[in-house]
Structures are given as C-alpha cells and as structure tokens.
Design a protein around this ligand. Sequence first.
Ligand SMILES: Cc1cc2nc3c(=O)[nH]c(=O)nc-3n(C[C@H](O)[C@H](O)[C@H](O)COP(=O)(O)OP(=O)(O)OC[C@H]3O[C@@H](n4cnc5c(N)ncnc54)[C@H](O)[C@@H]3O)c2cc1C
Ligand code: FES
Length: 505
Amino acid sequence: MAAPAPGKSSYWVDSTPQTRYPPLEGELDVDVAVLGAGIAGLTLATLLAEEGRRVAVLDSSRVARGVTGYTTAKLTSGHGLIYAELIARFGERGARAYADANQAAIERVRALADRHAIDCDLEQATNYVFAERDEERDRLRDEVDAMQRLGLPATLVEETPLPFPVAGAIRLTGQAQFHPRKYLLPLAEALRSGGHAVLEETRATQVDEGEPCTVTTDRGLVRARDVVLATHLPFLDRGLYFARAHAHRSYALTAAIDADQAPEGMFINVGTPTRSLRTVAAEGRRLLLVGGEGHRPGEETDTDRRYRNLESFLRERFPAAGEITHRWSTQDYLSVDRVPFVGRLTPRSRHVYVATGFGKWGMSNGTAAAIVLADAIAGRENPWADLYDPGRLKPRAAARRFATENASVARHLAAGRLAGLGRGVNDIAAGDGAVVRVGRRQLAVHRDDSGALHVLSARCTHLGCIVSWNAGERSWDCPCHGSRFAVDGRVIQGPAVADLSRAEA
Ligand SMILES: Cc1cc2nc3c(=O)[nH]c(=O)nc-3n(C[C@H](O)[C@H](O)[C@H](O)COP(=O)(O)OP(=O)(O)OC[C@H]3O[C@@H](n4cnc5c(N)ncnc54)[C@H](O)[C@@H]3O)c2cc1C
Ligand code: FES
C-alpha cells in the first residue's frame, strides 16, 4: 500500500517549537510598532532594539509562521536572472545598490546569528542558476557579464554538482542557506527578554498617522512614534500596493537523501516550470528540498497536481531519494519592476513605513529592508534607500499597468464564475468546494469529510473579487491580490483583514 501523503506543514515549522506569546491587552506605548513577525519585521525589531528603541512586534498569527515559515531559505544575491534587467531599468548604479544590499544582508544574517549565538544550520553555499536548454545559454552569458560589472563573484560554468547535465550555469560563491525559524525564534525571544513586546494573535486593522501614530488592533491599541507594516502585503490600501505587486504561489517538498547523493549547493533553473533545489541539514540526516510550480493564487483548483509534478521531477532526477517527509506551499508578492517596496508608505507619510514585494527573495531582501528602515527611522542616509523607495513608481501609473497585466486574471475570474454557474451544491463531493450561484448571490461552498456544508459569501472582503477553491490547501483563495481564507471564512493571509461572511445555501 502506498505511504500516506505527508501533511502540508513545512520542515521549518515541524522541526521547531510552537511559540506562545500573549496577545495585546489594552493599550501600549512604544517608540516603534512593527506589524508582522516574519523575517522583515523581526530583523527590523532586533536592529531597532539594539539601538535602544522600545519596540512592539505584533502578529495576527504567530512568530515566523507566515511566508517566512514556508520558504526555501536560500540566502543569496543570485535571484535567477535579474541583474541585466536591473541595469537596463535602473542603470548600473541602481543595479549595484540591489547587489550590495543583498550581499550585505547575507553578512548581516551571519553577524546576527553570531552575536546572538544562534545555531540555525547556517551553512556557506554556492548558488547556481542553471540552464537546461542550449538556447537559454545566451541569457546566462548576459547575466554573468552584468553580475561581474556589479562586483558579484559570478562565473559561467558548464557543470554543476547536480546529477544531470546542464547547458550552462552561473556559479555565485560566498552565499548561504539556513533554517529560518531556528534563526528567528531566538531573535523573538531576545526581544522579549530585553523587555520588548512580542504579541501574537493580534491583528492590526488600522493605522492612523500622527504624533504619536496609533495602531488599532482586534485586541487593543498601540501608540508609537513610528509604525512599520511588515505584514507581507500591506493591509492598508493607502499607497495602492495591491496594484503594484501581485501574488505568486509556489510549492515545495522535502525527501530524505543519502549524504553522498546530496548535491552540494543551491540551484534554480532559468526555464519553466521553475525548479529550485537545496539540501537541508535535518537532525543528523540530509533532506533534499525541491520547489517550484508557481502560479497566481486562485488560478489552479487542483493544487495537489502541483505536488505530484514536483515529486515526478524528484523521482526522475534523483532516483535514490527516499520518502517524502514534508510538502507545503506559500505565496510571495512580486513588484512590477522586480525591486521590493521599502520606505515611507506614501509620499506624505512621515512615520509610517512599509516593506513588501520581495519577489520570492525575501530572506536577503527582507533583511536588507530591515537595514534600510532602521536607518530611515534613525534619520540616517542609506545607500540603497532610493532604489527601494516605494515612491519610485507612481501608484496610478502602476495601477494602470497592473490593470493591463491583470486582464488575464479578470478573464480567468469571469471564466471561473461561468464554470461555477453550472455546479449546484449537491454536485460538491465530500472534501471538495466550489463557488455556486444561488439566486443573485455567489456562495463559496465547502463540504467537509463528514458531509457537512460550510457556506460563505464568495466575495473577498478586500475589494470584492470572487474567491476560488484551493483543493490542495482546502482554502478559499482570491485571484486578485492573494488574500486567503479558511473554510470557516477566517482570514489566513491578507491584504483582507475581515473574514468571509457566513451565508445560507
Ligand atoms: C515558495 C517560496 C520559496 C521562497 N524561497 C526563498 C528563498 O529561498 N530565498 C529567499 O530569499 N526568499 C525566498 N522566498 C521569499 C521569502 O520567503 C519571503 O519574501 C519572505 O519570507 C517574506 O517575509 P515577510 O516578513 O515579508 O513576510 P511574512 O513571513 O509573511 O511575515 C508577515 C507577517 O505579518 C503577519 N500579518 C499579516 N497581516 C497582519 C496584520 N493585519 N496584523 C498583524 N500581523 C499581520 C503575518 O501573520 C506574518 O507572520 C520564497 C517565497 C516562496 C513563496
Ligand atoms: S485580495 Fe484584493 S480583492 Fe481579494
């Protein structure tokens, strides 16, 4: 009999203890309120605390359980093919700022792990961006030229430690990989023991700028001189970030592998579908992590198929790999020009900041964001601030561009609605879900394994798009800006802050 599929928790979450920080109670006054306890928020809070600021970190869920708990955790400046494009778009100065920021971020992770004596399986690793097809090789050559001009230690090679041939690869030395929760949980604990507030299960719903600023949450109120939205995509619509970045969901799995079969290094291909690989030091044994199969949330209902595709790749390319130990999926936000948004929330903001749009490279970009924002809050110059400045893209122009780009989503949405029209509640099998039309309403209907129906309004509480059923994760996902909701309607991931409302079938 086939072994049962492993649950959908990441190796990072499974191999570390659950945190239990209290929620906010009543009111709190601090120098800086950091909203979101992922890598961006916790790193920033740590840097601010080191400078003597009183900090509160608030998370609607738990520490490092957002995207950061489900990442691949490569710490590299080798972000696929990006530098030739950045030079074309921002000139050599802008592209150099991106390279420098990410290289410095890797060093900052090393320094923080050292300073706090954190054992987070941090390993030096070489990063490879590889091509499997001859026609992709020219793109590698252009990229290596760009990287070398920017001072990155990149070379073009014809072989990699992978057990299959490649047409070429960019080899970037001096990079690293780690366990993100083993790194961040001690930073959160150091904040708490240093007298700072780490607050879980506290959802921020509103930020009013003033002196001080006030953060309204579902638990109480925080007053702070400065507020940072490190909530992944900001839940405030000010600044139209939802129109300047789009969500992209990907999948990962880990399988046991003998140490002598494990390829040494971190790898990502330039073709499609994406295949991202690294190994993981897992309590005395080695795991191989394979990631990829990205798509916009809500555009795929058979998300289990994505895991099957990854497993087929694994079995074909690594026949000696053992059983699948974990599989999971998560999503990140990609800005329209591939550079994150880090800085003042809007051009008029004086004390409200944002860090988002890390483009699936938030381990280094999120750390760089923390450095940029710690400088901004202290009033110091930062050499990367101009590049990351959210004001570089005018929201309205970006919104227009986004609207064009999003025409496919709109089409998909329409198609999804039409597809749903044919289905009635009785057509939904146990474990399944679908959007069905009842009268003039569109309802998100899930039938659980016991046969009971859970009926919600299908209208996303962010801006009203119609959610789609995600069979793999058993969630309702919004194709417009990536909000996700549990089968009981609870928000799993913003920008939505309100739950889907219950309805009657
Ligand atoms: C499949 C995949 C693989 C990846 N692999 C890599 C990699 O190898 N290397 C790399 O550099 N990057 C990688 N990334 C990207 C990286 O993981 C992310 O960019 C990064 O983790 C984002 O960190 P964050 O702190 O911004 O967000 P999060 O970790 O999501 O933290 C945000 C926090 O805010 C909280 N929150 C949300 N709304 C509210 C609210 N209203 N009030 C209070 N709290 C709130 C959430 O609960 C969450 O804990 C990958 C991304 C994906 C999707
Ligand atoms: S996330 Fe914006 S409308 Fe759903």
